[in-house]
Write a protein of this length. Structure first.
Length: 299
């Protein structure tokens, strides 16, 4: 499988001469809020981004066609002033569960700080460590995030190099003061905060959780549903460890938005005692999600 081969150093990640691309991305530009603008520019941008993301080779790993990561980028344009776009972006990615027709969400994230300049038909380009615009910087950053979470789900800390690459994008982008979303401590949910949380040592327990949850948990369910469920639930206490160390960690929010519904569904197949313990455990972690958890409480 692609995730278990030895990856070459980051120096070679952008080499475009090996095997199939990694992503099968659908990019949507929602311009409903913008009145009176030339709507063609949104179609042009959408098509250019689709080509940019899907045609480029982002890793040195071998991906077959059916192993490409399914992902969606939805860009909501709030305002457009000449060539200045004020937007937000929602990113979702999924990977298949072994020996099943089920796909599990590995990334679900909303970024409300996404402003950029774009002139119709301007080429979208990226040379490693050279960023030409906040548009491409942000898209590339989230590509590496998707790859990081995907590779992390197949091997322990397998996505670390991609999270580090995302952190490198943050470092470069910070040198551009007019680009929003990259500043340290400006927003607890911005790109800087997410990359830092995923590359600092205190995030190690989360990376182990992510691997155990997917590879030893979900991927085991087709062969033995009880063993797979037990392994998923056994991985979750690492979230409490993370909350004790970082009560407001962005990773906890990300897990809730990506995985909470799935965890509730897995708990629903457990014993009555496990369900009760699960409700108490999840409520302590995610008290603002009490309504979501009600279905588990009442089962």
């Amino acid at each position: 499988m692609r995730h278990f081969i030895l990856l070459l150093p980051l120096l070679f990640i952008m080499n475009g001469h090996v095997q199939s691309q990694e992503l099968n991305a659908v990019i949507t530009i929602n311009s409903d809020k913008v009145q009176g603008a030339n709507k063609q520019i949104f179609s042009t941008l959408q098509n250019s981004l689709m080509e940019f993301v899907n045609s480029k080779k982002w890793t040195t790993a071998t991906f077959t066609q059916n192993e490409r990561v399914e992902c969606n980028f939805t860009i909501i344009v709030n305002t457009l002033d000449n060539d200045k776009f004020a937007c937000e972006i929602q990113i979702q990615a999924r990977r298949p569960v072994y020996n099943s027709t089920y796909s599990t969400t590995i990334f679900n994230y909303r970024d409300t700080e996404f402003d950029f300049e774009y002139t119709e038909f301007a080429p979208l380009e990226y040379t490693e460590n050279v960023l030409n615009s906040n548009l491409t910087a942000t898209i590339i950053y989230y590509i590496y995030m998707i790859l990081g979470f995907d590779f992390d789900s197949f091997s322990l800390k397998g996505g670390q190099q991609f999270f580090q690459q995302a952190q490198q994008i943050v470092t470069i982008a910070q040198s551009e003061p007019s680009w929003n979303g990259w500043t340290a401590f400006a927003n607890k949910r911005n790109r800087h905060a997410l990359a830092t949380a995923l590359t600092e040592n205190q995030g190690d327990s989360f990376h182990a959780l992510w691997y155990n949850y997917h590879r030893k948990g979900l991927d085991e369910m087709a062969a033995n549903s009880d063993r797979g469920r037990t392994n998923v639930l056994s991985a979750l206490p690492a979230l409490k460890e993370l909350k004790n160390a970082r009560p407001n960690s962005i990773i906890l929010q990300l897990f809730s938005e990506s995985k909470l519904d799935e965890v509730i569904s897995i708990y629903s197949k457990a014993t009555t005692q496990e369900k009760q313990e699960g409700y108490k455990f999840l409520y302590e972690l995610f008290p603002t999600s009490s309504q979501q958890l009600e279905s588990l409480k009442n089962q």
